[in-house]
Ligand binder design. Sequence first.
Ligand SMILES: [Zn+2]
Length: 339
Amino acid sequence: MAETGKQLRGGIDLGGTKIEAIVVDNANTVLGSSRHPTPSTGGPADVAAEMVKAMTDACQVAGIEPTALVGVGVGSPGVIGEATGAVSTARNLPGWEGSFALGPELASELGTKVAIGNDVQVATDAEFALGAGRPYKSLLGVMWGTGVGGGLIVNGKPWVGRGGAGEIGHMVVEIGGARCPCGRRGCMEAYAGRAAMEARARKWQKEQRTDLFKIMTERGRTKLTSSVWARALERKDKLTVELINEAVEALGAGIASAVNLLDVPAVVIGGGLGVRLGEPYVKRIRKAMQPHLFNDTNPPDVLPAALGDAGGALGAALLVKPAPVRRPAARRTRAATST
Ligand SMILES: [Zn+2]
């Protein structure tokens, strides 16, 4: 049982390949964590059931029951109804084209309140509050993974527009260019998203020899995961090097264009590929941005995400507001002003 006054919160990062659940304390120290594969068949109810198992496992490591949590935050792909806890059109999750009341379902199974946010925005919030973005008031988070997502903090607050802001992956880097998974052409993600890169590799492997799919099989994977790309890069596989070069160039043009508009002081690069490839590739992205920057004598800081793979789940846990700290003086003040 948690000691009195310790307000423990849960965080779940719901990804296309894995579900990461953590338990944190007031200081955002991780007390327990668990990782489950995301079901690849079935539907939203199966994914929700796996999320409950992951959260329960993390709680067990932390030595508590899920009902003892102040709440659980979830970073989810798809369109989020923050008020209702519904998630719709989460296309890289199985059978999730429609809407599913994920928040209420998890709340009833875990016996605590649940808050849902956009996965990329919460990862950006985590970097801003706890990671590489701490010294800045505004920043752009770029999550380079299956797709390329963006999160924005402007003057200390998330900027979500009308709910659809941050889609940096669909900045156009080549008019009439490659087909993007979104169906449009020439988006940054069409060149830099891991799913789009895999599609290009599958098409080109007929004409160009590559070890990518051999490495995938060796690692017991069915998709080109970030670790498969990283391994192929280490082996200097020619097609891999070409595809990654193209991705870096596209990221450079897309991110620099966003910076030309926003003039944020910092860009944080995270996501599955971003975290896996790390600083050497962040350095290359910085270099690829330079020719496209209008204000080229004063480029923003471009930094690797500091929280690594845990950033998504930590950001999700930040969605849960801690209950008031139990100090006598504070309690009197809060009681007088409580709403
Ligand atoms: Zn697109």
